[in-house]
Design a protein around this ligand. Structure first.
Ligand SMILES: [Zn+2]
Length: 157
């Protein structure tokens, strides 16, 4: 049974970004389980949700066998110890797409709340939320450029 008090008591010491802006696990809506996703939309949402839940670049979902908190170096600008914050918010590589989102840039926390807060559903008229597409695109572009071991004999999710 979900224990709200126990969950909230861990907020202070948790290192996952997930804790920062999800007041409860239910914020990843169960409604998403029954939505009639197409394959691409489902995949993009999976990448976004995994990044949201862990605060890491969702490399296992794109065929890697590692799930590092930091890349040794950013494949686009060579910044050392590049993490999800760098790839999504700071790297020059994603600046054009990031600008079009009009995300707040005062802090990683405000940026992350904007990108990951809530539970976005596809819209029949406009499609998937551009914030989800942004995270998915950044993940796929980064994965295409980095040299890490891949899962042998298995396809990505
Ligand atoms: Zn970079």
């Amino acid at each position: 049974m979900y224990d709200d008090e126990a969950y909230l008591s861990k907020l202070e010491t948790a290192s996952w970004i997930y804790i920062c802006f999800q007041p409860a696990p239910s914020c990843l809506s169960l409604y998403t389980l029954w939505f009639p996703w197409d394959k691409k939309t489902n995949y993009q949402y999976t990448l976004w949700a995994l990044a949201k839940a862990t605060g890491r670049l969702p490399l296992p979902a794109v065929g890697f066998d590692t799930f590092p908190r930091f890349l040794d170096a950013c494949p686009f600008c060579s910044k050392l110890q590049a993490n999800l914050e760098h790839i999504l918010m700071r790297c020059v590589h994603s600046s054009r797409e990031r600008s079009s989102l009009r995300a707040p840039r005062e802090s990683w926390h405000s940026f992350a709340v904007f990108i990951f807060g809530g539970s976005f559903m596809p819209d029949d008229e406009y499609g998937l939320d551009p914030r989800i597409i942004f995270v998915a695109d950044c993940t796929l572009q980064t994965a295409a450029k980095i040299e890490l071991s891949r899962i042998e004999g298995e396809d990505a999710i």
